[in-house]
Ligand binder design. Sequence first.
Ligand code: BTN
Length: 247
Amino acid sequence: MDINWNIDYVEEVTSTNDLVYRSVVTDPSLTEGYGVSAGFQSKGRGERGNSWESSKNQNLLLSFLLKPGLPVSRQFLLSQIISLAIAEYLVDHDIDGVKIKWPNDIYVGDRKIAGILIQNILQGRAIRNSIIGIGLNLNQTEFYSDAPNPISLKAITGNEYVIQTECLLLLDTITKNYTELFKVRKAKPQNMYRFLLYRLNEKATFLDKENLPFEGIIKGVDDQGNLEVERQHGIEHFGFKEIKYVI
Ligand code: BTN
């Protein structure tokens, strides 16, 4: 399965996700692989309504369109595939301690190196268009927002990275991992994801919906993408807005 990548570059934009989203809505003929990367975002968006910090021309800011044709009930698989692709890209750069913090933050040790923002456009019960936004910290070594624990490749290796080259390398691993979506046996992404899960099998503190702390042990994720956490009374399944890590 090949993706015909067609990534435009813009120097500055509010958010590459918003730009691709608008293009997809106004031009339904856009095909899988169309995307935009930017040197700077004035309103970079993160998960949970957060903003995404990235100094000018320092990092990869990329959004692109995929048409996975998955039922909505399987949307987490796409999130897993993209997370695994970024993790693999980092491992290919000889980075140790790469982890995926559920649902789709990419960590090195206890620090966040990349984030993913996925916006799906549905048709009935199927995902018709999926806009995948990736922020990957490459060369920035000082962060000014209140993002708790950012890190970049350069901060780890001391090397300077050419954003365009890294973009192509990442797109290669995404192409490779994306083919897993269309295989009948889908155990591999699920197993790999679990293997890389941040704090798997470790006793840790979390916050519940009311921001009250509790202790538990992450055991995995279910097919719907809920986090499985063992507590006194057995395993509980948490949706995205129902639990927060304390790091
Ligand atoms: C997160 O971890 O909260 C998700 C961050 C996603 C950031 C990327 S940068 C490129 C794309 N455009 C955006 O506005 N957000 C995503």
